[in-house]
Design a protein around this ligand. Sequence first.
Ligand code: ATP
Length: 450
Amino acid sequence: MPAKNLEELVSLCKRRGFIFQSHEIYGGMQGLYDYGPLGVELKNNIKSSWWRDLVYERDDIEGLDAAILTKQSVLQYSGHEDTFTDPLVDCKDCKARMRADHIKDGKCLNCGSTNLTEARPFNLMFKTNIGPIDDDSSFAYLRPETAQQIFVNYKNVTDSTSRVPPFGIAQIGKAFRNEITLKSFIFRVREFEQMELEYFVEPGTDEEWHEKWVDQRLSWWLKQGVEKNNLELLDVPKDELSHYSKKTVDIMYKFPHGLEELEGIANRTDFDLGSHSKNQNELNISAKIKHNNHSNAKLAFKRPEDKDWIVPYVIEPSAGVDRAFLALLNESYFEEEIDGGQRIVLKLKPHLSPIKVAVIPLKKNNAEIVNIAKQIKNNLQSHGLGRVLFENSGNIGKSYRRHDEIGTPTCITVDFESLENQTVTLRDRDTMSQERININRVEDFFKDKF
Ligand code: ATP
């Protein structure tokens, strides 16, 4: 069955090297986590799967990798300086700090006291200093979302690719939020990664595109191995919408700690491109933050048949990489009764598995067996499958257990019979079944599997 509680996942992550508490040897730091040897592979595989499906398999999306440090004006005119806040409440008794919208029945989440301060807005953006002089005029923000850099690069991308809507710009990267309350392992952290697509469409077609993107994103999660029953769509109530959104549908997932947002799909209208455009009065914009030509670009398009410039509407599917990681880990975690005990197995889809194949010599000190295993490893590795591991532990049973637990779909064992008839054993993670195949068929087997 899937993980019963978060602690089991946290324990697996630490034990097997998926995720560590940041700065652990100095006592750790709240809200920060480091991805270990297997974590970095799983994370990269999640990101590659998203990138492949959006950027490579479609022909209407370009990629971008922009700066994290963000100029004040960008986040001023995007509205984040004024509105990217959470309501902060202090408990006067135990001094705990929490989000007002997380409180139930007016009671402190830590001690249950009702002696709380009034809620006050707390801006979630981190500031840092740029250059040698530390004063109020020399700061930059660490971006709170990757989206704004896509908007401010709209003209660069359209000028260099000749794109006109409908088309999208995709970006994966770090975002930073000074969250008031951190919770549930990597679910809510202060430094995280987002996979964001800004899909630009003609005004009037936005609602239809929004629906299409909700469908597409749901199918993507199913393709990654998430059970349909564990996903729900939430139409975000009007009074909870972000300042830029006309409509947002959240894809909710049944995390071990409860049903929570995995990805948001927002109709950001022309709010952002309008707000970052020069000569706003000459444009027909429905929503904008007024400014006096601080920007020098008109973020709009005009085809030969158009009379006026048109500011595109934007549909934004925005998913958190860390939340994806947690959901996929939870989804694939099973404890099973087997002969002689219990095994933990991560039934990850092969394209997500941190290690694709483990090649294991039966006898650690037998040079011939070891040599064949190394050759198989090198051959498979050269096909770009992802990480293929040569594992010379000398204990085949232990190796199988370990690879079940970290989600390796297949182990190849080289033994004495391999020396006689050039066959090896393939052992399947999910069924634990074993079959012998000729070494010269191994390559095709894995090409088919992946
Ligand atoms: P929440 O309501 O949970 O705070 P949000 O609505 O503020 O999330 P968005 O601004 O829509 O989140 O960000 C898009 C995605 O980025 C979210 O769906 C989530 O997967 C991820 N994300 C946002 N904040 C965090 C965080 N503090 N830690 C980890 N992932 C996050």
